[in-house]
Write a protein that binds this ligand. Structure first.
Ligand SMILES: Cc1cc2nc3c(=O)[nH]c(=O)nc-3n(C[C@H](O)[C@H](O)[C@H](O)COP(=O)(O)OP(=O)(O)OC[C@H]3O[C@@H](n4cnc5c(N)ncnc54)[C@H](O)[C@@H]3O)c2cc1C
Length: 598
């Protein structure tokens, strides 16, 4: 039996963005957080390195420099007004977290301690600056725990392990959501004045990925399936330092503490490419040059990886420690405990005595659901969808443009989670409940019944594996037209295979077989849009590096790309492979696009 609930606002997701929004919105509105994971298992908890804010606690800094670095780092595809809001608000948001009780690392005088991170500079690109606030290399964990504890204190309503399948929008007004209770497969309809989607990333479309198993973007797929656009989906960030073959992340915090890249000849090759920032150049640039080295036969042992070296004696020899200072083993063990442990556990390599094999790994979705700076979701021609919000990695504000700087996602989730939460609360005060269609749950029930009854021959795990290989092989760090066409065609074939699924578990209790199949359908839609958008954009910019169009093309492509579903069906099942692309201008305030040199 379908169950019904009514709340002023529903927030989909309990990561940093969802919890920050819930905290602010629930001051005046009756809010429910609906999340497929128990809140503290959200991916925000895996964030290691830090959260940027121009506090200037270690050396002079300013929010204008932070905004400039963000815009330049994003290869000028960033909406500059949004980046300015973010850099300015970051200072206040970090202090708010501190006052909530977040245990940041401290300087001897008791201020929040900061470290360097890729692409963050003083005085408009002059030299690296210490801007990342952190709690060792467990910053995201601390943010998530702090926010969750404060939500409990404030008595926010949680629906944990409820899987959201559909967002109900009619006549451009959001009316609620549909969810499945993971424990018993019951369908729940939530009627609300406002909904915020804060469902995180969708990096599980790639084989080598730093993302958690659950990052499948189901609510983002729901938005697309219901006919709303997705923005800049071609821009996916490849983080340079994934553990070789596994993709598990070794945070850029290591390079903030002085780690360097080394090729097979023992050269610190980033010195050659980026003489000022060297190994602390933005991620897209580092990932590309790692592969340049590999292609030139200078990967370790001729293979497709290089070393990240953060042995104390190596850092001291290269004077690559913070401010050129000497580092000790004790300092590194204290500053980077988790990633040192990861290398020991997953690779059997001790970074204090050996260099660590690394390879770029799919990490972060720059694109997603288009919003304004208050989190309001935008339909075509920038028209606001009443009562619908998005924040965090699933959203595209756009503050990251073509490439996100390290530590800027944690900033994004707290700044825009907060802005969105406040705006949503104000909206709930003045808005009425828009009527809910009687058929709201029908599509979800139909699709889940279909999947549960699947008696075909195809295994979801095999289709997922094939999709991930297509994406990693053909829509990776380097891209070209023929390869991306192979990915698009291949995914379209996989969608056909998806219709012929075989599901073993036909029961209703914790049926992960059915849920993971539904997740796979969502990933197939998002992978198709990503590959097609990448094929569509005939230039090289930020994380999108094309061998056949190897220059940035500001004349034709200083634009966001908007992808729309066009098969006219508008249901929640996997789409029928027809995408229309449009362009939207980038907002420029002060900074005219320049060549990116570091
Ligand atoms: C290993 C790793 C390290 C990182 N390190 C850093 C760092 O140091 N600094 C930095 O700035 N960024 C970092 N990032 C990026 C950053 O952590 C994420 O982009 C950010 O935390 C995302 O937060 P979020 O609130 O948007 O989503 P998440 O924290 O991913 O939360 C998503 C929420 O949505 C819910 N959800 C998803 N689908 C559904 C559904 N269908 N139904 C119901 N609920 C759903 C989930 O249950 C979850 O609660 C890192 C990322 C990774 C993977």
């Amino acid at each position: 039996m379908t169950q019904h609930h009514q709340f002023d606002a529903v927030i989909v997701g309990a990561g940093g963005a969802g919890l920050m929004a819930a905290l602010h919105a629930s001051k005046t509105a009756n809010v429910a957080v609906v999340t497929k994971l128990y809140p503290t298992r959200s991916h925000t908890g895996a964030a290691q390195g830090g959260i940027a804010a121009a506090l200037g606690n270690m050396e002079p800094d300013s929010w204008e420099w932070h905004a400039y670095d963000t815009i330049k780092g994003g290869d000028y595809l960033v909406d500059q007004d949004a980046a300015e809001f973010m850099a300015k608000d970051a200072i206040d948001a970090v202090l708010e977290l501190e006052h909530m009780g977040l245990p940041f690392d401290r300087t001897p005088e008791g201020k929040i301690e900061q470290r360097r991170f890729g692409g963050h500079t003083a005085n408009y690109g002059e030299k690296p600056v210490m801007r990342a606030c952190k709690a060792a290399d467990r910053t995201g964990h601390m943010i998530l725990q702090t926010l969750y504890q404060n939500c409990i204190k404030q008595k926010v309503n949680f629906f944990n392990e409820y899987f959201v399948t559909d967002i109900i929008v009619q006549d451009n007004v959001c009316r609620g959501i549909v969810a499945i209770n993971v424990a018993d497969s019951e369908v729940h309809v939530f009627h609300a004045k406002a909904v915020m989607i804060a469902s995180g990333g969708f990096g599980k479309m790639f084989k080598v990925s730093s993302n958690a198993h659950t990052l499948t973007g189901d609510p983002v797929a729901a938005i697309y399936r219901r006919g709303l656009p997705l923005e800049d989906m071609e821009f996916f960030q490849f983080h340079p330092t994934g553990i070789y073959k596994l993709g598990i992340l070794l945070s850029e915090a290591a390079r903030g503490e002085g780690a360097i890249f080394i090729n097979d000849k023992g050269e610190r090759f980033m010195e050659r490419y980026m003489p000022t920032l060297k190994d602390l150049a933005p991620r897209d640039i580092c990932s590309r040059y790692i592969y340049e080295e590999v292609r030139a036969g200078r990967g370790i042992g001729g293979k497709d990886y290089v070393y990240m070296d953060f042995r104390p004696e190596v850092i001291n020899k290269h004077k690559s420690g913070p401010g050129g200072k000497e580092v000790t083993r004790e300092h590194l063990e204290k500053a980077l405990p988790d990633i040192i442990e990861f290398a020991r556990v997953y690779l059997g390599v001790d970074p204090m005595t050996q260099p660590v094999p690394i390879q770029p790994t799919a990490h972060y979705a720059m694109g997603g659901i288009p919003t304004d700076v208050d989190g309001c979701v935008l339909a075509d021609n920038n028209k606001i969808v009443s009562g619908l919000y998005a924040a965090g990695e699933c959203a595209c504000v756009s503050v990251h443009g073509a490439n996100r700087l390290g530590t800027n996602s944690l900033v994004d989730i707290v700044v825009f989670g907060r802005r969105g939460g406040k705006h949503l609360a104000a909206y709930c005060k003045s808005a009425n409940f828009a009527p809910l269609p009687a058929s709201a749950a029908n599509d979800t029930i139909g699709e889940f019944d279909r999947i549960r009854a699947s008696k075909g021959t195809e295994r979801a795990a095999n289709i997922r594996n094939d999709m991930q290989n297509l994406m990693t092989n053909y829509v990776g760090v380097f891209r070209n037209g023929p390869d991306m066409q192979k990915a698009v065609d291949g995914i379209r074939e996989l969608k056909k295979r998806f219709k012929n699924l075989k599901v073993d578990d036909t029961g209703k209790i914790f049926n992960t077989d059915v849920l993971e199949s539904f997740e796979l359908g969502c990933l197939l839609d998002l992978a198709e849009v990503t590959a097609a958008a990448a094929l569509n954009r005939t230039e090289t910019r930020g994380g999108h590096a094309r061998e056949d169009y190897d220059k940035r093309d500001d004349v034709n492509w200083l634009n966001h790309s908007m992808a729309y579903r066009t098969d006219g069906k508008g249901d929640v099942a996997v789409t029928d492979c027809s995408i229309r692309f449009e362009k939207k201008p980038v907002v420029i305030t002060k900074y005219q696009p320049k060549e990116r040199k570091y």
